[in-house]
Write a protein that binds this ligand. Sequence first.
Ligand code: UD1
Length: 356
Amino acid sequence: MRVLVTGAAGFIGSHVAEAMRAAGHEVRGFDSLDPAVHSGKPRYIPNDTDFTVGDVRDPAAVDRALDGADAVCHQAAMVGLGVDLSDLPAYTDVNVTGTAVLLAAMGRRGVRRLVLASSMVVYGEGAYDCAADGRVRPLPRAAADLEAGVFEPRCPECGDVLTTSTVTEDAPLDPRNAYATSKVAQEHLAANWARLTGGSAVALRYHNVYGPRMPRDTPYSGVAAIFRSCLENGMPPRVFEDGGQCRDFVHVRDVAACNLAALGAAARGGELCAYNVASGSPHTVGEMASALAAGFGGQIEPKVTGEYRLGDVRHIVASPEAASRDLGFAARVGFTEGMAEFARAQLRDPAGAAGA
Ligand code: UD1
């Protein structure tokens, strides 16, 4: 297949492009090489790659890039979480308008397959059960509870602390920031496109992706990159709360393999299918800090600080069952092995530094 990979210079997009090429697909990379993110074309992109510099919001650039394509794997996005309302226009412009421009051009060009990078942030919260009330949506965690070291969320019915369970794709969507809202909008736009064109659209809801080429610590970094940067600077990773908060850390090569599986799957035309992309082996943030510190040489011990960030989700772990059933996807990189590699892997330098 001839596949256009948007965001092909980025952390996940570059691995996706590599996996597609290794599987024998003809890949065209497309990336804006935003100077806020990249200083030029990254060295990890092979010289013989068909690569177009362009912005997904530019209809003419997108139209040219789609020439001859059979499918699109849409990874280009403004990432991070967004801090406050002032972030809304930029996330909406890049992620929502950009996706709309891309889908309209795919419609004109008759491209009928789409794999869309989505995120677990569309759920807002993890899944929780109450001993008395069953499956419930938790109350936002109160500062007084967090201050007192009560980190588990409470039941909206009886106030008891809840236990966590796995999120499935039918969980309600509850985007809580500019980035999450833009990912939900992308999914809805892709569903519109599929209905109107009869095309097949697969949304992959990535959990906590980590691995080589992850950007170094920035204000928008996820916890794995932050801890890795602490270790490099000789500082202990600071583990917030009691370190018992759960996430599913999924390796970027597994995420790339899932994109490949989604591209090849016999997806139904006319609708969007969404899948969790997760390892299926959740770990606490404390365990992740320890595994990373051990992989880094074991001289620096993580520090559990009891700090908290209001609005942080306590646990979010996924069932990867649907992706396994429909796409034949199963993560292959184990947690210990993946973290040991990540502890020493090459990260992407911030823009301005060589090799970004
Ligand atoms: C992260 C991403 C989100 C992405 C999702 C899936 C960010 C900020 N968040 O959400 O965009 O869609 O993964 O890939 O990019 N923590 C510490 N110490 C620190 C920093 C954080 O203990 O120095 C803890 C936090 O309190 C939290 C957990 O680590 O409990 C995860 O934090 P983080 O990676 O920022 O956010 P996610 O909610 O997992």
